[in-house]
Ligand binder design. Structure first.
Ligand SMILES: Cc1cc2nc3c(=O)[nH]c(=O)nc-3n(C[C@H](O)[C@H](O)[C@H](O)COP(=O)(O)O)c2cc1C
Length: 368
């Protein structure tokens, strides 16, 4: 069934197809459920991380549901967790269209969306509207008009507004489409910024401690694949040192490895298959730098159980997909989950946690 829907969607401009899909999912939350089978619960794949339960390791990456309009529909599609955002404090339109491009021959996308979103108040309203049926992460970004030396104010404000609504929080300083954002990935800028967000989280936690369900959301940092290996390692160590709870590796890349599609010359962040190798390498570097002490969510070119397995062995505890969801639709989730279970068992693992980082010491291949 999905190939038919995909044919219809792929006849549209990429962003129009995206808007149509999100509108349908928000109006008919069970629609995705008709297109796929729910992944069967598997004791081998279940994990508890940061006090949160994950029935399997495949979640939705940030950027698809920026405003949290279709969260339950996305759980119905089979994701075990859904990350909404990137949200910025104020609503902003993002870059001029067209800004999303398919690279079909490469199994990739290029986007230069630029954090188009309706802002923190709208996301808050959407998340409060419906009872959520799974783990929801919120990905924070700064407004384009906020100067880098005031960026921390935006992230702290988002924590203040959205604190009770995120099961986990992501500090996104790695999107390539907000001018200067990735410059925040130096230790000099990032460490004080993250310290302020952690301090705000802890202050809010103390204020809510006697509520019915006290919740101290873990704070993760999402990194770019375009950092040098040594920058990844030293950021990994320093962020671990100040108490960051996790990493997402990685965001999209500005690099252009060998690509076939006509759209290869579009500017923006490249995602999908051509990103897979570098994002796995960044996972491995982070796992090595932190000696596996801090959970990593792997993101970048996961299309199959083999791709997922590679990232898990490099050090990822969980995975996120975006581009594969566009190309293969909801059935890709159950496909990865079912085949991953078999792959782990075939390789002698009794539980996914035994595989996490099992090949982290392998040779790190050169940057793409
Ligand atoms: C159209 C599009 C929009 C995205 N928007 C965001 C975003 O707002 N925030 C973010 O952290 N990552 C964003 N990403 C990056 C994805 O979350 C993900 O990290 C990246 O695409 C790599 O995963 P993939 O190869 O499975 O797509 C976006 C990706 C795409 C393709």
């Amino acid at each position: 069934m999905y190939p038919l829907i995909r044919n219809a969607l792929f006849r549209m401009d990429a962003e129009r197809a995206h808007i149509t899909t999100m509108r349908l999912l928000s109006l008919f939350p069970s629609a995705a459920h008709w297109l796929t089978v729910t992944p069967r619960p598997s004791p081998l794949l279940q994990q508890s991380l940061w006090g949160l339960n994950f029935s399997h390791p495949v979640g939705l990456a940030a950027g698809l549901d920026k405003d949290g309009v279709a969260v339950n529909a996305l759980f119905d599609a089979g994701f075990s967790f859904v990350e909404v955002g990137t949200v910025t404090p104020k609503e902003q339109p993002g870059n001029d269209k067209p800004r999303l491009f398919r690279l079909i021959e490469d199994g990739a996308l290029i986007n230069r969306m630029g954090f188009n979103n309706h802002g923190e108040a709208a996301l808050r309203k959407n998340l409060l509207k419906k009872r959520r049926i799974g783990t929801v992460g919120i990905n924070f970004g700064k407004n384009k008009i906020t100067a880098n030396d005031r960026a921390a104010d935006d992230y702290v404000e988002l924590m203040e507004t959205l604190y009770p609504l995120g099961d986990y929080i992501v500090i996104n300083v790695s999107s390539p489409n907000t001018p200067g954002l990735r410059d925040l990935q130096t230790e000099h800028s990032l460490i004080p910024l993250v310290e302020r967000v952690l301090a705000k989280r802890d202050e809010l936690y103390r204020a809510h401690e006697d509520t019915v369900q006290p919740h101290r959301p873990p704070v993760l940092v999402k990194l770019s694949p375009d950092l040098s290996d040594s920058a990844v390692q030293s950021l990994g160590k320093s962020l671990a040192g100040i108490g960051v709870d996790g990493f997402i590796a990685t965001n999209t890349t500005l690099d252009r490895p060998k690509l076939l599609s006509a759209n290869k010359l579009q500017s923006g962040g490249l995602s999908g298959r051509p990103l897979a190798q570098r994002s796995t390498q960044v996972i491995r570097l982070l796992y090595q730098a932190t000696q596996g002490a801090i959970p990593i969510i792997g993101s970048g070119g996961v299309f199959s159980a083999e791709d997922a397995y590679e990232k898990i062995c490099a050090g990822a505890s969980l995975l996120q997909i975006y581009t594969a969801f566009i190309y293969k639709g909801p059935p890709v989730i159950a496909e990865i989950v079912t085949e991953l279970e078999a792959l782990l068992a075939h390789n002698g693992f009794h539980h996914i946690t035994e595989a996490v980082g099992s090949k982290a010491e392998d040779h790190v291949s050169p940057d793409i």
